[in-house]
Design a protein around this ligand. Structure first.
Ligand code: NAP
Length: 260
């Protein structure tokens, strides 16, 4: 079903809404013709206007979850709390969360918001492995590419903030699209994913997602595809079980060098 048809049905079928969990995000502003660059905006007016605009476009009355997309360098936690409070009181948004935020940023925001921040959406995948590298490099001199904010994974687990992963399929480089890649490590990892998929009679997408979901942080993958076959292939991940050895084989293959 195309998105436009879905939205049409969504608006016409009153019972449909309660069976769907709707999450959206706000806080990024696009460049403007007058030369104003792309920027972040957590002002109360932008947050409230964004949420109302989403509701209008989806012809619905409420969002289940609203996330702040990327940290605004000018974030005023009190102002965000005011906007969240307004949206909650009017029933327009039920729950709130963040995306791409560090433990420190979430702590600051949570200290001003009455409602719990329930989710943090980050780039976590078999390709973007900073979320694991930060941990395995503790007390190591050879830290490499550890741009993931230290302690964030642990903080979210301790505070029951759901970790959602974006970029999970890494544009398909381990699940059918490695051919265009120059990187030998990517090719080897894609071959291992393929081998595991054949051995477990499942899709390569399912292996990539099951690898992410095996982590005890209960990571929820967000998938970007709108291709029905790929959605089905991704859904198979819930039936896949990877052993510790298989999980580590994929991790070590993706990092391209042995663990410290
Ligand atoms: N919070 C954030 O900052 C942030 C940033 C980016 C995205 N997101 C969210 O995350 C969701 C996931 O998006 P993503 O871009 O990160 O996702 P992704 O799921 O890693 O990648 C999806 C893209 O990869 C393509 N792809 C996957 N497997 C492929 C294959 N074997 N061959 C060719 N193409 C393949 C898909 O194409 P097809 O459509 O053809 O399958 C799709 O365009 C988005 O919907 C968005 O909500 C959040």
């Amino acid at each position: 079903m195309r998105l436009i048809e879905f939205l049409d049905q969504f608006a016409r079928k009153p019972g449909l809404r309660e069976n769907i969990l709707l999450q959206s995000k706000c806080g990024i502003r696009f460049p403007e013709d007058n030369g104003t660059p792309a920027r972040y905006d957590f002002s109360a007016s932008h947050i409230v206007n964004s949420a109302e605009g989403i509701l209008r476009r989806l012809s619905t009355d409420y969002l289940d979850v609203l996330l702040l997309h990327r940290p605004d360098a000018l974030m005023d936690a009190d102002e965000v709390a005011e906007a969240f409070g307004q949206l909650k009181a009017s029933g327009k948004v039920r729950h709130f969360g963040v995306s791409n935020m560090s433990a420190g940023q979430i702590r600051l925001l949570q200290s001003r918001c009455e409602m719990p921040l329930i989710a943090n959406q980050l780039e976590l995948s078999l390709h973007k492995i900073g979320w694991l590298e930060t941990g395995v490099h503790v007390n190591q001199t050879a830290a490499r590419n550890d741009i993931f904010p230290e302690g964030t994974l642990e903080f979210c687990q301790m505070e029951n903030i759901q970790l959602q992963a974006w970029g999970t399929l890494a544009q398909g480089i381990y699940s059918g699209k490695a051919a265009g890649q120059q990187n030998e490590t990517v090719h080897k990892t894609a071959a291992l994913v393929q081998q595991l998929a054949e051995a477990k009679d499942t899709s390569t997408e399912a292996i990539v997602l099951a690898w992410l979901m095996k982590h005890p942080a209960s990571i929820q993958p967000v998938i970007g595809t709108t291709n029905p076959e790929r959605i089905t292939a991704c859904g198979d991940a819930v039936h896949v079980s990877l052993s510790r050895d298989e999980w580590y084989s994929l991790y070590v293959s993706s990092r391209g060098v042995s663990l410290p």
